[in-house]
Write a protein that binds this ligand. Structure first.
Ligand code: CTP
Length: 411
């Protein structure tokens, strides 16, 4: 059988970590599958492996220098990206992640990455404390939000003698991630999905609104994970600072009423929705009246009273039985206390099929890069089941959820 990698052009960027020696084996495995492998070796990478071994295995010249005057290396930062189907950064050091996240272009590798609009797969490898550092976590989160794919790092004994997360992913896992990227057989191909994300803003007057702390990170990550698995995804999002995820139809709204309308018009389109995931933090109430001009302090002796009226419940509306009801409706429960009890009550009230409960509050849930989820479902006998997942990044949670969805549709 022909490999999905045959005749693909892969650009492998090897940065300076001890795991660089493993990239030699990666080149060999990719070549065995028929891929054309071009390599950039950073100055740091060349401290661990030689350009000669990289070129001998890849069968190509190795690119190292941004300012080379050799004919074939000239303008390499433009050409290498243009000709690649996928850029793989393995190992990606903490320094390389920082350069990528901040758009530095001070060597050939970072210049290629900045001069590129090609998909990128990142395989981080570093000391566990460097990996856990908030700076590195923020950098990888930025890169993921821009659509980069990530594999690893895995946990175990590190070259520095410490134990923890930071090992380069196993070669089999890196290869699987590359295959997954090129795979025609995406398990959610042909499925239509709707995802809500972010907060809603409910206007008081033209400059003030009622809002909440939702960043949209979890909903956007879910939309990306579903697209990666082949689904056709519409994302209806409240105001966030996140870029629209690649490959997703994104509809930006402000209020709960607009979100409901956008969701209903998406649900009315053909073919019917297979999946709806309500990850938005919808405002439960809105001001009963919105002033068309800015409320002025001097106009009354006391502060204005705000009368609120209830917003439509989008999840409960989508969950109602009917021909437009998606086959699988998933909600979230944001709770500050008694997570399981409150979430179970919410699950029954909303009428959805699954509910992902998470703890929110000071430094938890909203705005954070990590999350802890309990998935509530109903067993065939009607009893509720609770499955608590290990704490993980919002991207990992999105991928786990997407895998559960694939299993649901595979029966
Ligand atoms: N939700 C919705 N429309 C609303 C309120 C909530 O679609 N008007 C959805 C959210 O997207 C989430 C689920 O309902 O999937 C639960 O949201 P949450 O804020 O946890 O609960 P509420 O329904 O607002 O209830 P409470 O504020 O009492 O916790």
């Amino acid at each position: 059988m022909t490999s999905a990698l045959a005749s693909r052009t892969l650009l492998l960027i090897i940065s300076g970590g001890i795991a660089a020696y493993k990239s030699l084996d990666l080149i060999r495995r990719l070549k065995e599958e028929g891929a054309e492998v071009r390599c950039i070796l950073t100055e740091g990478g060349a401290q661990f492996i030689t350009p000669l071994s990289v070129s001998a295995l890849s069968g190509q010249s190795v690119f190292t220098d941004l300012f080379s005057d050799q004919e074939e290396q000239r303008l390499a930062h433009i050409r290498l990206s243009r000709e690649a189907d996928l850029i793989i950064v393995a190992p990606a050091t903490a320094n390389m992640l920082a350069k990528m996240a901040h758009g530095l272009a001070d060597n050939l590798a970072s210049a290629v990455l900045l001069a590129s609009n090609k998909p990128i797969l990142i395989a981080p490898a570093m000391n566990n404390i460097m990996w856990q550092h908030p700076a590195t976590q923020a950098n990888i989160a930025t890169l993921r939000a821009r659509g980069a794919y990530q594999v690893g790092p895995s946990s175990g004994m590190l070259a520095c003698g410490e134990q923890g997360a930071g090992r380069l992913a196993e070669l089999d896992d890196i290869l699987a991630a590359i295959h997954n990227f090129f795979s025609k057989n995406k398990p959610l191909t042909g499925r239509r999905a709707l995802v809500t994300s972010g907060p809603t803003f409910e206007p008081i007057d033209p400059v003030r609104f009622l809002g909440n702390r939702s960043s949209g990170k979890q909903g956007h990550a879910i939309a990306s994970a579903l697209v990666t698995m082949g689904a056709e995804v519409t994302l209806v999002t409240g105001p966030t600072s996140l870029p629209a995820p690649n490959g997703v139809t994104t509809i930006s709204i402000e209020t709960a009423q607009d979100m409901l309308q956008a969701c209903q018009s998406c649900a009315a389109q053909m073919p019917p929705l297979d999946i709806a995931i309500c990850a938005a933090a919808v405002a439960d109430w809105r001001p009963e009246t919105t002033s068309t001009s800015k409320l002025k302090k001097g106009e009354s002796t006391s502060p204005p009273a705000l009368t609120l009226t209830e917003n439509p419940d989008i999840l409960a509306t989508i969950s109602q039985p009917g021909t437009l009801r998606p086959k699988l409706v998933i909600g979230f429960a944001a709770e500050t206390d008694h997570v399981t009890e409150n979430a179970q009550a919410k699950f029954t009230r909303k009428g959805c099929d699954w509910l992902l409960a998470n703890l929110v509050g000071a430094n938890k849930g909203f705005g954070q890069d990590n999350n802890q989820i309990t998935l509530i479902k109903r067993a065939p006998d009607g009893a509720m089941t609770n499955d608590t997942w290990p704490a993980a990044s919002k991207h990992e949670i999105a991928e786990t959820l997407a895998t559960h969805i694939v299993h649901f549709f595979e029966g």
